[in-house]
Design a protein around this ligand. Structure first.
Ligand code: XMP
Length: 509
């Protein structure tokens, strides 16, 4: 199977590169620049390497730089933005702040005849976002494109198959971005484009069958699609050496614990243990209001509960998790900024009983995970379930978490979901209620009330990295609001969240 290595130098939308390449049926793997050596790259048999963008300047002391030997492995390289500058820098070119200042947004690209721009018109629109620029290309490199503000917008050394583009081919604003990436992958690297999700599955199952042979694995099952897919995949690889532990932390939605238990116990023939740990979690969270602290506590407590189960089962080799790629990037792994510590990544305590952690889906995006789930034969309603965060209602009760607030939120959330289910098509990709830490005055039956504010949140997105708030018809919002205020005691106000991501995140905490 042809593989492309996406070498990550930081930045938030680098994942798009891997996604675009995979969309062309070539498998792309993302690794941080400092987590893989030139020898490992060579042995892994990549057909090509893409250097991603990143926020640094190549001359900064702290600038992320890979080993120069990566350029002499005989593997084609495509540098993008910072990656373009780094490639030029490593090959002996000169980089400096752009003379005309930073260039940001759409601009006209003038491309020269070259394999990288094959079937790209001489003039097209590209998307730029940079402060530095390559001033002098390294010896052996030709300038392949320019813009009004950037004389060296693309470079190439056909002999060594090294290319760089200052613009971002991975974003849709670049008119022929896909073409440029595909020219690199097919024409320069010679990939065939025959990768399918089946290949991912087969390779992953074979890989875990081999690497986990003789080991016992504990997997934290949440009932969401990610951990469910990870569970069924690992079960295919190692059968009964896998035990799933479902922790009811008291922060689940209405009826959720029983749903998870019913779905998994028996259905897939997977060993499942349900741990009722509501009291422990709520006690540990008492008085805590800071979102990152909540996430940390919940993440740590999860692992401790798993550990106890693992000890009881004499199974402390491996902890498996359903971490997916956006969890990794948003938790600030590598060099990108921490947005929030997803409990299954950033919340892992440093000291753990488990000897290793396995995350079979950590390179996949949500839609890819769903495709794997379907291939594995998981039921549709499970595969297409809206995501529910590991910390659960803990990050949807703003401020201190109490049983009273959880009970109010559970009811309001169930009503909102019931209102939309069946009434809206397509459904938003995620829709839920949040209990704000704000009380407000209301009037009911001539009497004053002083209850909580519930916020309804619904977003439309395909990868949860960016999202727009869903335009729900007013009458549905009204139905939800009426039912919530009538049926749930303790709520005097319902509001609808009309913030997209960015600038907001999907969850409130
Ligand atoms: P945010 O709030 O980061 O959410 O915009 C993006 C998506 O991730 C889900 N989410 C989580 N999932 N553990 C998870 O497994 C977490 O800690 C976590 N935090 C947020 C969120 O529900 C949305 O689908």
């Amino acid at each position: 199977m042809d593989k492309i290595l996406v070498l990550n130098f930081g930045g938030q939308y680098d994942q798009l590169i891997a996604r675009r390449i995979r969309a062309a049926h070539v498998y792309a793997e993302i690794r941080n620049y400092n987590k893989i050596t030139p020898d490992e790259i060579r042995v892994a048999g990549y057909r090509g390497i893409v250097f991603t963008g990143g926020p640094n300047s190549v001359y900064d002391d702290t600038a992320p730089r890979c080993d120069k030997r990566v350029l002499s492995l005989g593997i084609p390289v495509l540098g993008i933005c910072y990656g373009h500058q780094l490639l030029a820098f490593l090959a002996g070119g000169e980089i400096a702040p752009a003379e005309t200042g930073s260039e940001y947004g759409k601009t006209t690209l003038r491309a020269e005849e070259s394999v990288l721009f094959a079937d790209v018109p001489r003039e097209s629109v590209c998307w730029m976002s940079h402060t530095d620029a390559v001033q002098t290309p390294p010896a052996g490199f030709r300038v392949l494109a320019s813009t009004a503000h950037c004389a060296v917008a693309a470079i190439g050394d056909d002999t060594h198959k090294l290319y760089g583009v200052q613009f971002h081919p991975e974003v849709t604003h670049t008119q022929y971005g896909d073409r440029v990436l595909q020219n690199f992958v097919f024409r320069v690297c010679g990939c065939k484009g025959d990768w399918q999700m089946d290949d991912f599955l087969e390779t992953a199952v074979a890989h875990y069958r081999q690497t986990l042979a003789g080991k016992k694995v504990i997997l934290g099952l949440s009932g969401g699609v990610d951990s469910a897919v990870a569970a069924v995949l690992l079960h295919k690889a190692i059968g009964d050496a896998l035990t799933c532990v479902f922790v009811d932390h008291g922060l689940l939605r209405k009826g959720e614990g029983d749903y998870v238990e019913q779905t998994f116990r028996g259905r897939f023939g997977i060993r499942l243990i349900r741990v009722n740990a509501q009291e422990r979690f709520l006690t540990a969270l008492r008085g805590v209001t800071d979102p990152e602290q909540k996430r940390g506590i919940i993440g740590e407590m999860f692992v401790r509960v798993f550990e106890e189960q693992a000890v009881a089962l004499n199974s402390t080799d491996v902890l498996a998790q359903g971490t997916i790629y956006p969890d990794v990037i948003e938790s600030g792994k590598g060099d990108s900024a921490t947005i929030k510590s997803h409990h299954n990544v950033g919340g892992l305590p440093k000291e753990m009983l488990f000897r290793s952690v396995v995350e079979p889906l950590r390179d996949l995006f949500k839609d890819e995970v769903r495709a794997v789930g379907e291939k594995l034969g998981l039921p549709r309603e499970l595969v297409w379930r809206q995501p529910f965060p590991g910390p659960g209602l803990g990050v949807r009760v703003i401020g201190e978490i109490t049983e009273e607030k959880l009970a109010i939120l559970r009811e309001a959330d169930a009503i909102f979901r019931e209102t939309l289910d069946g009434a809206l098509s397509p459904l938003p990709n995620q829709y839920f209620a949040v209990l704000a830490d704000t009380r407000s005055v209301g009037v009911m039956g001539d009497a004053r009330t002083y209850g909580y504010t519930v916020a309804l949140r619904a977003v439309t997105t395909d990868d949860f990295m960016t999202a727009t708030w869903t335009r729900i018809p007013f009458d549905l919002l009204e139905q939800a609001s009426n039912r919530i205020t009538n049926e749930v005691r303790g709520i005097s106000r319902v509001v609808y969240d009309i913030t997209s991501k960015p600038p907001a995140t999907v969850e409130w905490e």
